[in-house]
Ligand binder design. Structure first.
Ligand code: HPA
Ligand code: ZN
Length: 351
């Protein structure tokens, strides 16, 4: 098991983790009871009979949308600042155990504000959980706010406006992303939102959470289920510096070359791609092609409570499928550190 020891010790950064996707069925049922949230009845959906049946249902997602149905029901049990605090802290404790030194966490503000939860409640809770984990584990953390692409761009504009103080004054939001149902919601629908976001300054906060650039950072999910034109649009129309998933990049040779040259990092999520049937097995992912073409990528867990594994499980699955060399693993780790959105001093500590 020396390879497992090696992978655990490798300095890992997580760039693609939806904090709401770290909500386990056990905690989901606990919070539903405590917060008096009515889950679907077992008559309507037998998966909701117990935490065990729900976990079993998670092994049979047919698509991204099939997963998202459960994901949005799951997060409906999150009400209070303390719920978000507990969720962030529990994830970071687990990530630290897996050897994660730096974690950039997505959250979905509209999925909470649409239920009447204030953005401030969400952000304060997440930041408190992050602060506790930073001081206890020495991990560094950042928050990335994602817009839901199944909602209209006007809603994303309102969300960006509501987040302005968190971005520009207290620096608690480092970047923006785009997630939820990929098709038929191409990146071009959000061009004006990203254009507005590009004009925002990110506050230079002291400490580990500070975002080295002073600008709001930009990423988007693209090329998970949809074809490479979504990746091209994200780069050309949204101006992203990173692509979340991006596995279908392998189908477009000229774009692949460009992504390699611009050092645009893909945040690949192997176990997610298998569970959502984007690929039949981890071995089918184009990671060998990416390595050979010099396309940078990091490996991530996406929604670990739903997809059967945390970050180290994803590293193990890639090793089982590809048998990377030590030099190749070191290249993956270095790309992940360099592609992170923390400041240079923090990167230097991890390298
Ligand atoms: N893709 C799109 N939206 C998401 C995902 C994903 O993998 N996880 C949580 N929201
Ligand atoms: Zn994702």
């Amino acid at each position: 098991h020396t390879i497992q020891t090696f992978l655990r010790a490798l300095p890992k950064c997580e760039h693609h983790l939806h904090i709401e996707g770290s909500l386990s069925p056990d905690l989901l049922f606990d919070l539903a009871a405590r917060n008096k949230i009515q889950l679907p009845s077992a008559n309507d959906d037998p998966a909701f009979a117990s935490p065990e049946t729900l976990l079993e249902r998670y092994e049979h997602f047919s698509s991204l949308d099939d997963f998202l149905h459960y994901y949005y029901i799951g997060m409906s049990v999150l009400l209070h600042e303390s719920d978000f605090h507990a969720l962030a802290y529990a994830y970071l404790r687990r990530a630290h155990h897996d050897g994660v030194m730096h974690a950039e966490m997505f959250f979905d503000p509209q999925a909470h504000t649409e239920r009447g939860i204030d953005l401030d409640t969400v952000v304060r809770g997440l930041r408190a959980g992050c602060a506790a984990a930073e001081s206890e584990f020495g991990i560094s953390t950042q928050l990335i706010m994602c817009f839901l692409r199944h909602l209209p761009a006007t809603s994303a504009h309102e969300t960006l406006k509501a987040a302005r103080a968190a971005i520009e004054d207290d620096g608690s939001i480092t970047g923006i992303g785009l997630d939820s149902s990929e098709k038929p919601f191409p990146p071009q629908l959000f061009e004006s939102v990203y254009a507005e976001a590009q004009g925002l300054q990110a506050a230079a906060t002291a400490g580990m959470a500070s975002n080295g650039s002073g600008r709001l950072r930009l990423t988007a999910h693209a090329g998970e289920e949809a074809d490479p034109s979504y990746i091209r649009q994200a780069v050309d129309l949204l101006g992203v510096e990173r692509i979340d998933h991006g596995i279908r990049l392998a189908e477009d040779e000229s774009l692949l070359k460009r992504i390699a040259e611009t050092k645009t990092m893909l945040t690949v999520c192997p176990l997610s791609n298998v569970r959502l049937q984007c690929v039949k097995s981890v071995a089918e992912l184009p990671l060998r092609k990416f390595l050979d073409a010099g396309v940078r990528f990091s490996l991530n867990s996406d929604d670990p409570a739903y997809f059967g594994g945390y970050i180290l499980d994803n590293y193990y699955a890639v090793q089982d499928a590809f048998k990377l060399s030590v030099e190749e693993w070191e290249r993956v780790a270095t790309a992940g550190i360099e592609g992170s959105w923390c400041n240079q001093a923090r990167k230097a500590e991890m390298l």
